[in-house]
Design a protein. Structure first.
Length: 121
């Protein structure tokens, strides 16, 4: 993972707030990176959001999410045929217990706002 830049418009490791690490530890993960890796490897559902991003969902107790966005590489990568395209993680987070109990999960919101379920285990 890139070191990145902190803040709301940031990216990479520096962008993950201490609160997200705390919430991940409360769910039994070592940190936020561990949560992201677990969901990326063990998701149950894949939804394409209306903005084109992919939502990977692990539905075990409280739902956990990773949002991934296609990174096409730069214009020269495409012109030269360099295969530098990938899906990069944009964010990762758990739903709160109350959201899960009331059925107001991020998965439900994504599907109810026009998202398309692409795959389900």
């Amino acid at each position: 993972m890139q070191e990145g830049v902190p803040g709301p418009d940031g990216f990479g490791a520096a962008h993950i707030s201490p609160d997200k690490h705390r919430r991940a530890r409360a769910l039994g993960y070592a940190d936020g990176f561990d949560l992201i890796e677990d969901v990326a490897k063990n998701h149950d559902v894949v939804v394409e959001q209306i903005n084109g991003r992919l939502m990977l969902v692990k539905r075990e107790g409280q739902n956990r999410y990773v949002i991934a966005e296609y990174q096409p590489g730069g214009i020269w990568d495409r012109i030269l045929g360099i295969k530098d395209q990938y899906y990069g993680v944009t964010t990762g987070f758990p739903d709160g217990y109350g959201q899960s109990v009331r059925g107001k999960t991020s998965l439900n919101r994504a599907l109810n706002s026009g998202g398309t379920k692409l795959w389900e285990k």
